[in-house]
Design a binder for this molecule. Sequence first.
Ligand SMILES: Nc1nc2c(ncn2[C@@H]2O[C@H](COP(=O)(O)OP(=O)(O)OP(=O)(O)O)[C@@H](O)[C@H]2O)c(=O)[nH]1
Ligand SMILES: [Mg+2]
Ligand SMILES: [Zn+2]
Length: 294
Amino acid sequence: MDSLKGKIIRGVGGFYYVASGADIYECRAKGAFRKEGLKPLVGDDCVIDIIDENAKTGNVSEILPRRNSLFRPEVANVDLILIVFAVKNPDPSLNLLDRFLINLELEKLPCIIAFNKEDIDADSDGERYISVYKNAGYDARLISALTGEGFDELFDSLKGKTAALAGPSGAGKSSTINRLFGKEISQTGELSAKISRGKNTTRHSELFIIGEDTYICDTPGFTSFENRGIEKEDLWKYYPEYVSHEKNCRFAGCSHISEPDCGIKTAVEEGKISKVRYENYCMIYNELSSRKKY
Ligand SMILES: Nc1nc2c(ncn2[C@@H]2O[C@H](COP(=O)(O)OP(=O)(O)OP(=O)(O)O)[C@@H](O)[C@H]2O)c(=O)[nH]1
Ligand SMILES: [Mg+2]
Ligand SMILES: [Zn+2]
């Protein structure tokens, strides 16, 4: 049986679509993966055994070693995460954004934070969000998938890389893909009128090629994020802007919540660390404290 190497670009209903050169093969995954607890992911490099060359069908027989993988969004082998939140419609949850950023710090994955829908930002809320995240050391930008604002720079930042989108439903992830690609390749959906929330239009991750060696993965939106694999004592380490202030804490092992002479709290009072980020820190810390250990 002939076999070849390819990349999983879409997975839906038990089928995996594997791109190899200009061809796309419709594949099933080997049953043995399930026994091994291995789930093929979009972005995986794999080997397929060809069943029918004319019909372009095959079986995924091997998943090649991953550089990295994320649980949410489910994707493997990415260089960068492009986080998209809308400045409004729907209003961004900075708490959700911070939870997601903590996980990216844990996974050591770089990101760009794009606040989309700049065209409807009459109150310039976007500028405020940008300054919060720039101050924390992130690459944060304002874009509009509708007008194309910020897209030349965005395209440059993505060149030669494989990026995955992440963000809530309705923020404009698929619209961003379409703008980058130059035409409609991913379906977009209106917000629900009553509650101004997305309708989960994108249901599956899908990898698109937008330029030479440049891939971008559309993903379903999410509205909650549970931080796993982090102890509360270590939480502060996942806030890049905390690290330089922690040495001013009087107590070793300071939780930065209730101790006196805390370098982090002082930095918040002095406006060096954003209050919103710190409030989210306290909320997540308390959640981690009350979580059962398994
Ligand atoms: N005004 C404005 N509307 C936008 C912009 N980008 C996207 N939209 C609109 O926002 C709605 C949601 O866009 P989508 O691209 O489907 O959002 P999504 O993030 O892919 O949502 P899910 O697939 O549900 O996760 C659509 O009605 C878009 O037309 C923008 O820059 N400005
Ligand atoms: Mg979408
Ligand atoms: Zn402290």
